[in-house]
Design a protein around this ligand. Structure first.
Ligand code: PLP
Length: 397
């Protein structure tokens, strides 16, 4: 029989499956709020001007494409450290090991592989709920994954007591995956005082914090969204940070990200970096050039950097505007829902509070596509589609 006769069909990715369903829907008024992508006011994927200008300059001085070092472009790794950790003692002392990675996903996987080499018996805790790839990714690195309480449907906020309680009971060495900001899928973030409690629990239980920062600049600002990182720096513990530029540079398809590991000393960071390089070398040898070169040039040129910060602020502001408009128009349309949670949430996503049956009705009857969990992408709303979405939501709620 065929070599592949026993290969089973893997389940479809739930969100990408939704996309396929959306594409096949003949409804001309259909709206896709399923995917995690920022669209502009015209419903288009933006090509940032800072990216365009960097690419233009690169095209005018074309370079041959040798292999990159295993850890990527040195200037890129340095620029990421500066962005994520600021002008901190850890950066100055050379205590952080940073490698270029294939997006945020690639950074998470390199980190997970290193952690598994360090301690294959460690447990992994992710938020309940979390980005749907967190579990699969840490499981594929060989870990047993469970979750800590996070979303509280009663308050439409974070169950901080439940979360901290779970961390306080976790075994030493447990890896805790945390969302730095703009929690996916709920949009509910920890407040500064909550972070203090989380850091204290991580420190007192000797847990390993893995901060996933996929949306820096999409919540309240670059510095504000990175505050959790600085709290862990101040605590003086070792921890992991995965960075993604997919959203903040609208460079989804270039796969630009980084993994940083904060260590106790420069010597320790050197050993950790050597192991990270082994993980990379045995997976894909070394990362690609183009996207990381764009990001390096933007982050290190004062003009392009200012332009990027401006464009990022524009995306952030538009999301906030859509949140306010959604809440307002739901009210105006006679919704009985308390919509105040919509503007309390941060980032691209909102847990709308709708259940799976209601989400299905949104799709089947109105061509409005969101995830069955109730997650909608508010970054895909615009003045052209919001009234249709509001009308549909009021009808199914
Ligand atoms: N982490 C979270 C929480 C995300 O939402 C995403 C993307 O949706 C990622 C990581 C992956 O980012 P990237 O597309 O850069 O791999």
């Amino acid at each position: 029989s065929s070599l592949f006769a026993a290969v089973e069909l893997a389940p479809r990715d739930p969100i990408l499956g939704l996309n396929e369903q959306f594409n096949a829907d003949p409804n001309p008024a259909k709206v896709n709020l399923g995917v995690g992508v920022y669209f502009d006011e015209n419903g288009k994927l933006p090509l940032l001007r800072c990216v365009q200008q960097a690419e233009q300059a690169m095209a005018e001085a074309p370079k041959a494409r040798n292999y990159l070092p295993i850890d990527g472009i040195a200037a890129y790794d340095a620029a990421v450290q500066k962005l994520v950790f600021g002008d901190s003692a850890a950066v100055r002392d050379g205590r952080i090991a940073t490698v270029q990675a294939l997006g945020g996903t690639g950074a998470l996987k390199i980190g997970a592989d290193l952690l598994h080499r360090m301690n294959p018996e460690a447990k992994v805790l992710i938020s309940s709920p979390s980005w749907e790839n967190h579990r699969a990714l840490f499981e594929s690195a060989g870990f047993v994954v469970s979750s800590y309480p996070y979303y509280d449907p009663a308050t439409r906020g974070v169950d901080v007591d439940g979360m901290v309680g779970a961390l306080e009971q976790a075994a030493p060495g447990t890896i805790v995956v945390l969302h730095a900001c703009c929690h996916n899928p709920t949009g509910c973030d920890l407040l500064p005082a909550d972070w203090d409690r989380v850091v204290a629990a991580v420190q007192s239980r000797n847990l390993v914090a893995f901060i996933d920062m996929a949306y820096q600049g999409f919540g309240d600002g670059i510095a504000e969204d990175g505050a959790a990182v600085h709290r862990f720096l101040e605590a003086g513990v070792g921890f992991f940070v995965s960075t993604s530029f997919s959203k903040s540079f609208s460079l989804y398809g270039e796969r630009v990200g980084a993994l940083s590991v904060v260590c106790e000393s420069k010597e320790e960071a050197g050993r950790v970096l050597s192991q990270l390089k082994r993980v990379v070398r045995t997976n894909y040898s070394n990362p690609p050039t183009h996207g990381a070169q764009i990001v390096t040039n933007v982050l290190t040129s004062p003009e392009l950097r200012a332009l990027w910060e401006d464009e990022l602020a524009g995306m952030r502001g538009r999301i906030k505007k859509m949140r306010a408009m959604l809440a307002e128009r739901l009210q105006a349309a006679g919704s009985t829902m308390d919509t105040s949670f919509i503007t309390r949430q941060r980032g691209m996503f909102s847990y709308s509070g709708l259940n799976a049956a209601q989400m299905q009705r949104l799709r089947d009857e109105f061509g409005v596509y969101g995830v069955d969990s109730g997650r909608i992408c508010v970054a895909a709303l615009n003045e052209g589609n919001i009234d249709a979405v509001v009308a549909a939501m009021v009808k199914v709620a």
